[in-house]
Design a binder for this molecule. Sequence first.
Ligand SMILES: Nc1ncnc2c1ncn2[C@@H]1O[C@H](COP(=O)(O)OP(=O)(O)O)[C@@H](O)[C@H]1O
Ligand SMILES: [Mg+2]
Length: 366
Amino acid sequence: MPEGVHRHPIVFVAYGDTVYAIKELPRRYALVEFDVLLALEEHTHRSAQAAGLVERVWVDQHSEQSAAVITTYVRHAFPYRDLIADAGFGPRREQMVDALAGLLVELHLAGCYWGDCSLSNVLCRYDASAIEAIMIDAETSAIHDELSAGQRREDLAIMIENVAGEMGDIAAAAGNDIDGADLWLGADIAERYGLLWAELNVELIIRKDQGYKARQRVSRLNELGFSVGSVELEPTEGGDRVKLTVEVGGRMFHSQRLRELSGISASENQAQFILNDLNTFIPTAETSGLGKSLAAIKWRLGSFEPCITWIDQNWHGSDPIQGFCDFLQFRRAMAESRGADVPNEEALTAWADSGFPGFPTESDDR
Ligand SMILES: Nc1ncnc2c1ncn2[C@@H]1O[C@H](COP(=O)(O)OP(=O)(O)O)[C@@H](O)[C@H]1O
Ligand SMILES: [Mg+2]
């Protein structure tokens, strides 16, 4: 099992079809971590899932052996160090900035103060053209109804310091001096966080006949992947305008939609990508006239499943859903250059012949 940097003893145990990570730690921290991870489950898909808590009440509560938190092993994930090229993230830097910023925003929206955000305390996972960061260490965290601006600032300051330390260590390990380290990474994450937070929390005052602006706002939030809870229109003092308040939920809009329609579990960006395929499959001659859910089943059986079976047998990566997204991206480029749709079988063979290219990273775009 790939392991990151950590302080507490961790063992991975297979039980039935599932693998669990068991982390021994002093009782006080174990209780905090277990409660926080459990509370986060309904708000985000980007935290480790708590599966159990072991308390050895007869052991001194400060001892490392006094408790253990059991979490479900995060599948297809890997430590950030796997993405390090030389002294930094190279072409994947932007993706990491987005991943950490997005994760912190989502946790803060859920009222979670992390208290120890760092690269070592997340696991990474490919998510279509992005990278997803998943929180695994919540020993120092706390859940509040809402975080104050001060609490959010403090959490960001901790992250900036932790990340700078980690990038310093990476540079040292590569034999570079500290000037060669990417010490601005944390500050860039905080800046990206600020932009996203501002967009999600913008206060909109609209005229009473501008309901379309409320719908636009909800669509924009959904486009960013965030699900939307209640939408409230509150009269302002003048009377002719209303204040729009939107309850922003977790970043799971497309993954929920895909699961409802097809039963497929995917990360948020993967789901957005796959939904595009599903939605464009629906109006073909074969399926026209079918309801959307029947067409989704047809798509799953006739297009998705055969591709996944092929990917399982031929592709080298660990997450077949990511393989499918890589393939969709390849097939789209092939269709664009040909000016016509390409059948799956032909596109799969061409994808393999080209060495299974994935999504371009920053450096390929230039
Ligand atoms: N649920 C999990 N799935 C996969 N790996 C895990 C899981 N929990 C922990 N790990 C691995 O163990 C390492 C340390 O976990 P962490 O909770 O940060 O422990 P510590 O408190 O000792 O720092 C992580 O970097 C990760 O590689
Ligand atoms: Mg840790």
